[in-house]
Ligand binder design. Structure first.
Ligand SMILES: Nc1ncnc2c1ncn2[C@@H]1O[C@H](COP(=O)(O)OP(=O)(O)OP(=O)(O)O)[C@@H](O)[C@H]1O
Ligand SMILES: [Mg+2]
Length: 268
């Protein structure tokens, strides 16, 4: 059995107008150590799928299994970076990470402090460790959430648009930190990441799951990325494999190519 198995999953929500089916017929097997990206238009159910794997949401139908066990709640084996960061507003940057490490890890207090400090340095926030989330920029909050998920070193990392609020330079650094973390763990960590960034998806992933639009979104296609690792961003952009995957993804995600296609007549 694969590390993560999603079988015949459907997730619907009650709404005033009746049940809204967000995703259906989702079948996906993810091997230990795979890096998977999920890509698709806003509202197609990416966060919904992530929340089901994280155990924050129960599938209406079907099952999610992690390590052979049916998911029925959150657990320390799965670290999550939520799309809205989910930091505790009354705790400092340092405490937000420390409480997560303290809850999950069994090492000494000194070692825990060291883990928190190393991860704060990794995301360049050590100087800001005593600030409250309300005193941080969006990108800084996102980096605290990343440091917190990395710090607990889970076997499954669920990242919901983890780098969306970051500037290009910081984003590039975070890509390398993510791969470093994965390499340190002998590439045994399974990483699932939601992104809107095609280049990021190709650079990081083994497979890219492309979703159809909702309601009742399904998986449209899964692209395999056969570019050997380690990958160098500057080199891979010139490879034929990279170009063909990028064109394929652009084709799948862009159904409107010009303003005329959008029904706007600028000649009027
Ligand atoms: N608790 C809820 N109650 C009702 N509808 C919901 C609920 N959560 C999500 N939905 C609906 O399910 C669909 C999928 O939402 P989801 O947040 O998974 O989208 P997404 O792909 O993550 O979008 P984005 O790229 O904007 O983050 C949307 O139409 C949303 O309105
Ligand atoms: Mg989302």
């Amino acid at each position: 059995m694969s590390h993560i198995e999603i079988r015949d999953m459907e997730i619907s929500f009650p709404t005033p107008k009746g049940r809204y089916i967000a995703v259906k017929d989702i079948n996906l097997s993810i091997e230990k150590g795979e890096i998977i990206s999920i890509i698709g238009h806003s509202g197609c159910g990416k966060s919904t799928i992530m929340n089901a794997i994280g155990g924050m949401l129960n599938p209406t139908q079907g099952t999610v299994t992690v390590n052979g066990k049916k998911v029925n709640g959150p657990g320390p084996d799965r670290g999550i970076v939520f799309q809205n960061y989910s930091l505790l507003p009354w705790m400092s940057v340092y405490e937000n990470i420390f409480q997560a490490v303290d809850a999950v890890m069994t090492c000494s207090k000194t070692e825990k402090r060291e883990i928190v400090e190393n991860n704060l340095k990794m995301v360049n926030l050590y100087e800001h460790r005593n600030k409250l989330p309300g005193q941080l920029s969006g990108g800084m909050k996102q980096r605290v959430a990343i440091a917190r998920a990395f710090a607990i070193n889970p076997s499954v990392l669920l990242l919901d648009e983890p780098f969306g609020a970051l500037d290009a330079l910081t984003k590039g650094t975070m890509h390398l930190e993510l791969l470093k973390l994965w390499n340190l763990d002998n590439r045994e960590k399974t990483i699932i990441m939601v992104t809107h960034d095609i280049e990021e998806a190709i650079f990081l992933s083994d497979r890219i799951v492309v979703m159809n639009d909702g309601p009742a979104s399904t998986i449209r296609e899964i692209e395999n990325v056969h570019i050997p690792r380690p990958r160098n961003k500057l080199d891979i952009v010139n490879s034929l494999e990279y170009k063909s995957i990028r064109d394929r993804l652009l084709h799948l995600l862009t159904n409107k190519f010009s303003v005329e296609d959008m029904g706007i007549d600028y000649k009027k």
